[in-house]
Structure formats: structure tokens, C-alpha cells
Design a protein around this ligand. Structure first.
Ligand code: SAM
Length: 394
């Protein structure tokens, strides 16, 4: 390997790894277990992680909880107005980052203290990049907001602008296996996060069977099985944002990817069971189709059942579930009864189970006649939700 390439491989990079709000500490834990040497600290809606290029590739392939991996490419300390941003960005060498033939897009956000028009600032940054390309090559790369090859995400805070390259290129929760969704599907990375929160010490899940009695399109069951099997969640993605970045070291990425693909070929049947049931036959068909496209159809089981009548499918285990909630499904009167009945049903028929319930409606959760062992505030998309964890005595 050339000295330049080795140097590039060893260079420290600052990543911001975003995740659903409420899962930041879980993400830190996950990143530390993937890369023990990584320096991490918690932020809002994500974490800051310092590491080499391997870390970026690893996060895209292996993180179950991350939403996006962003790589810091520039920091302009003095951008108190749009002209200062333009001047600073115009002298930064963007041509080192991507080629003239690649398309690009820019998104801008700002801290509450710096009130700006994000779209206008994005336009200014775009002008600076385009003008710089033009001065070098007499041509500029095209903007494409629908399917850009390269996406920059810039953030203004206290008069300074940090620009990140969207390293993952699109949300990582879109693993690629979910072709079919129902009315209120849960994002795959939130599902993975809840599976981490239900068992913080990581001692129960690895030796328990798993059940979701309101499985919908099967997200929680599929994520639980993928996690137990150790399948890298990023493997089913077709493209990542780093592929159009000029610093991408394809050999390094492909080596990591191949290791995970080889592992996939050696999967053995699981001794534990992964079950999902739903009262709606259409949802059950969706869940089956999704498990099939995730390549794990023979490791999971889905069938039609009413959650208030179904008996425990196995002796002891873990339930994580997302019963219907008012914002999207059901009528609040019916829902109150459903949560009450669910609580009694769990108490009477699911002794020995650890149960995690998420709902955006605190009042509905109060209907469950059980004392939670733990309570977490998480965001299901924009919906502030509560995730309660119970242990049902035998
Ligand atoms: C919020 S959705 C679950 C979404 C699921 N986590 C996903 O990712 O697709 C709630 C599900 O509960 C189902 N449901 C409603 N009442 C039920 C009952 N009594 N028994 C079983 N399933 C029920 C609905 O059909 C719906 O699919």
C-alpha cells in the first residue's frame, strides 16, 4: 500500500452519527462495542465519534441504531452572515471531495440561536462550490435534489458553519428488506433501539425467544432475528454516499463487506424462536414478505392471532411491541379498553416474560396494571413516545 494511502487510512475523522432522539446513549454503547478504540461523546439526536475511515465504513455496515453517518469535511469559524459563508466556502477546495461529473445537493440547518433562512444559506454554499469548480474547470457539477451522488449537510451554530458529507447517503434505517409496510410501520433502527433498551445488560435477549403480538409488517421480529443471527444490517443496501467521495478507499470497504457476506453464508438455524402475530391477515402477509426479502424467512414465524386471546407461544421470553395508538390507528375509547385488557392478559398468561411496550399515548400506557422496571422517552419519528419495560412474575 502506498504511503499516501496508508496515511489517508490512518487519518482521524470526525463523524456525527445521528439516531432517533432518546437512543443516543444506546448508540454510544453500540459504537463502543463495534469499535472499542473510538472516542465518542453524546450529542442531541446523535453522537460525535472520532476514528479512522474504517470506522465510517463499519458504522454504515454494522450499526443497527444509527440513522445517518455524517463525515465532517469543513468548519468555517466565522460565518455570521451569508456573504461570510460564501467567501469562506469559495476558498475551500471542494474539488478534492468530488468530481465534476457527480451531482450534488446541500441541506442547511441551524441552532435556535442563529436564525437564518436555511434554503437561502444552502443556495449560497451551492454558489460557492459551483463558482470554485467553474474557476478551475470552466464548468460546474449539476445539482440534483432527488438522487444526488454527493450530499452535504451544513449546520450553523454560534456563527460557525460545519459542513458534513453524508457518508451513509440516505437514512440507514432503510435496510432494504422492507418492501411492504402497513399503516403505522416502525423505523427499523428504532425497532433495533428498543431491543437494546429492553435488555440493557444484554444478558436476556441472547438466550430468549422473542414475540411481538402486534407485529404489523414484522419490523421488530425481523430486527430481533437479524440481531441474534449477527447479520450486518447495511449489507442489503445497494449504495452508500461515500461511494462518490474522492477519498473513498474501495479496497478497504470491500474487505469489510466481504467478511460480512462470508459470515452470512455460514448462518445456522437459531435454537430460539422469533414469532409475530397480528389480527390483520394482510399485515401478516406483509411481515412474511419482508422476512423473505431480508433472507431470514426460515428463522421467523408469523401468523394471524388476536393479541388479547393468544397464549404464550413459548415458556418465558421477551416481548417488544407497539400496540395501536391514537395518532394513527384506532379510536381512543376502544384503545383504552385494549390497553387494559392487554395488561391483564399479559399478567395472566405471560409469566416469566420481559415485556417492552412503546406508545405515544401516556394515558393509554397508564391502563397497564403493572409496575414498570424502566421507562424511556424516545421519538417514533416526530411522535414523543414512552417505552416501558415490565417483568411479568411467574
Ligand atoms: C402500530 S401497528 C404495529 C406496527 C409494527 N410495529 C410495524 O413495524 O409494522 C399496530 C398493529 O396492531 C394490530 N392490531 C390491532 N389490534 C390487534 C389485536 N387485538 N390483536 C393483534 N393485533 C392487533 C394492527 O393490525 C397493527 O398492525
Amino acid at each position: 500500500m502506498s504511503v499516501v494511502l496508508r496515511k489517508k487510512r490512518e487519518e482521524k475523522i470526525h463523524f456525527f452519527v445521528s439516531c432517533p432522539r432518546g437512543l443516543e446513549s444506546l448508540l454510544i454503547k453500540e459504537v463502543r462495542s463495534l469499535a472499542p478504540d473510538c472516542e465518542c461523546r453524546e450529542g442531541v439526536g446523535g453522537i460525535h465519534a472520532q476514528g479512522t475511515l474504517d470506522l465510517g465504513y463499519q458504522l454504515c455496515l454494522d450499526s443497527r441504531v444509527a440513522s445517518r453517518v455524517l463525515m465532517e469535511v469543513a468548519k468555517f469559524e466565522r460565518t455570521r452572515n451569508d456573504m461570510e459563508l460564501y467567501q469562506a466556502a469559495k476558498v475551500f477546495d471542494w474539488t478534492r471531495l468530488f468530481n465534476l461529473s457527480a451531482t450534488f445537493a446541500i441541506y442547511f440547518t441551524h441552532a435556535p440561536s442563529d436564525r437564518i433562512d436555511d434554503q437561502y444559506w444552502a443556495l449560497k454554499l451551492k454558489d460557492a462550490i459551483a463558482d470554485q469548480f467553474r474557476s478551475k474547470f470552466a464548468e460546474r457539477p449539476d445539482v440534483n435534489r432527488q438522487e444526488p451522488d454527493v450530499t452535504f449537510r451544513a449546520h450553523l451554530e454560534k456563527g460557525a458553519t460545519t459542513v458534513y458529507l453524508d457518508f451513509s447517503g440516505g437514512a440507514l434505517h432503510e435496510r432494504g428488506y422492507r418492501r411492504e409496510t402497513g399503516l403505522a410501520p416502525m423505523k427499523e433502527n428504532l425497532a433495533a433501539g428498543l431491543l437494546g433498551l429492553v435488555d440493557p445488560a444484554g444478558t436476556v435477549m441472547p438466550r430468549s425467544s422473542f414475540y411481538d403480538p402486534f407485529c404489523g409488517s414484522g419490523t421488530l421480529v425481523i430486527e430481533a432475528a437479524l440481531k441474534r443471527l449477527g447479520v450486518a444490517p447495511g449489507l442489503s443496501r445497494i449504495q452508500f454516499g461515500f461511494e462518490a467521495w474522492r477519498g473513498h478507499i474501495a479496497d478497504l470497504y470491500l474487505k469489510l463487506r466481504n467478511q460480512r457476506e462470508l459470515f452470512l453464508e455460514s448462518l445456522k438455524p437459531l435454537p430460539e424462536k422469533f414469532w409475530g402475530t397480528d389480527v390483520d391477515p394482510q399485515q401478516v402477509e406483509r411481515a412474511k414478505a419482508n422476512a423473505h426479502s431480508a433472507g431470514i424467512a426460515h428463522h421467523v414465524h408469523f401468523e394471524v392471532a388476536d393479541a388479547l386471546k393468544s397464549k404464550a407461544p413459548f415458556k418465558g421470553g421477551v416481548i417488544v411491541t407497539n400496540p395501536p395508538y391514537g395518532e394513527r390507528l384506532g379510536d381512543s375509547q376502544d384503545l383504552t379498553q385494549l390497553y387494559k385488557d392487554l395488561g391483564h392478559h399479559l399478567k395472566n398468561h405471560f409469566g416469566g416474560y420481559t415485556v417492552g411496550l412503546i406508545s405515544s399515548d401516556k394515558n393509554l400506557l397508564k391502563m397497564i396494571p403493572l409496575k414498570p422496571m424502566a421507562q424511556h422517552r424516545v421519538f417514533n419519528g416526530k411522535l414523543e413516545s414512552q417505552f416501558l419495560v415490565f417483568y411479568i412474575n411467574k
